[in-house]
Design a protein around this ligand. Sequence first.
Ligand SMILES: *[C@@H]1O[C@H](CO)[C@@H](O)[C@H](O)[C@H]1NC(C)=O
Ligand SMILES: *[C@@H]1O[C@H](CO)[C@@H](O)[C@H](O)[C@H]1NC(C)=O
Ligand SMILES: *[C@@H]1O[C@H](CO)[C@@H](O)[C@H](O)[C@H]1NC(C)=O
Ligand SMILES: *[C@@H]1O[C@H](CO)[C@@H](O)[C@H](O)[C@H]1NC(C)=O
Length: 380
Amino acid sequence: MTVFMILTIDWLVPFLKWDINTCGTEKISYPVSDLWLPDIEIKELMDEDKSQSIPYLQINYTGGLHLVKVKRIPVSCQLNIYRFPFDVQECSITFLSLIHEEDEMILTSKSVEFSTNSSVDSDSGWKLEDLTKCNFTYNLTSIRSFSCQQYNLTLSREASLYVVNLLVPSCFLSLLDLCSFILPPQNMDRSAFKMTLILGYTVFLIITNDILPKSVSPTPLINVFFSLSLGLMVASLLETMLIVNLSNFPNKYPKVPRWVHVLILDFLGRLLFISHKCPDAQVEVVLNSNAKGNPDITAMMPSLTGEKDEREGSAVVNELKKVAQDLLTIRLRVEEHLRPKQAEIEWNLIANVIDRFLFLIYILFVIASYITIIVLWSSS
Ligand SMILES: *[C@@H]1O[C@H](CO)[C@@H](O)[C@H](O)[C@H]1NC(C)=O
Ligand SMILES: *[C@@H]1O[C@H](CO)[C@@H](O)[C@H](O)[C@H]1NC(C)=O
Ligand SMILES: *[C@@H]1O[C@H](CO)[C@@H](O)[C@H](O)[C@H]1NC(C)=O
Ligand SMILES: *[C@@H]1O[C@H](CO)[C@@H](O)[C@H](O)[C@H]1NC(C)=O
């Protein structure tokens, strides 16, 4: 944590006073380097203190010295980001001397109210919730103990930025995944859509990876949330693959097994309000619109005269009967080919029933897991 603070130190040197009536001035500025300064360290300081020091201090006629330090220092603070971005952190800043022991120097400080009033909000993404102060004795070894002043800061993270940038887009993508169940699974539409969605979500995770805090233990809840959302998308893609496979079953298993029919079509289908009445499979084949109806064969034949013609005529009739027979066979074949097969319709129905069933389970699972995450987030 980087802390920006204005530190004012006041102390009294009794022999530095003067008579205000003869000198006429109340206070003077004096170079810091010529005087003794109390050494006041910050226990949590993490790095070198690079802040610039002001080269003068102020002395008033009673011998009071007033030193101002403007500091911008890195301070160590143990963060617990399990509930990120709704986390509240507690950090402390301790001021103490490491040279002058308790019997030589006792630190006191202004009231907490003063510090709270003079702290300002900055656009750092944190809000100061509470500030408390305590003074205690810091024991370095059993014989050396120092007076110290500790400030405890309670900071809460401004969650709105993360909610808008992370949680809301993720929820929208999940919602899109949920809605894609209305696309027909049999065409490639739905699985292609879900593939694109998973790709988009992965890109989203890569982009937002920089915003997320890095922590190994405990794993932040938001990472669990993202993994869960991705897992749900993958699960719904797997479901679609299963349904596509089921719809293509007739190629491998022409007949629907009896138990599958009873269990899925009769029981589950009725439970989910999917009727399994097959549509009436009637196909009319019209090969030539002019040849509709029963053509009068005899009208097309030449008129029969004499016995020789009669014999010839019966041969023609026989030939025509054979042709008619062949035509009937062809017609049956064509009809059989064009009529949607019973098995195919049934497998499609089974796919639809299972699709709706798994969709319901999926919705239940999504709701349950989201509620769990929200409960974990708001409690703990
Ligand atoms: C002089 O300075 C000291 C320490 O800064 C302060 O306590 C005191 O009130 C000051 N006196 C006057 C008259 O300003
Ligand atoms: C702090 O601020 C409150 C209200 O803004 C005020 O009533 C109070 O006197 C202030 N305290 C100090 C020590 O400045
Ligand atoms: C802490 O501060 C209070 C009041 O400022 C004082 O009475 C007490 O002696 C201090 N305790 C220590 C250990 O310095
Ligand atoms: C330091 O030691 C003193 C007695 O030697 C004891 O009263 C005090 O509680 C100790 N402080 C801490 C922080 O352990």
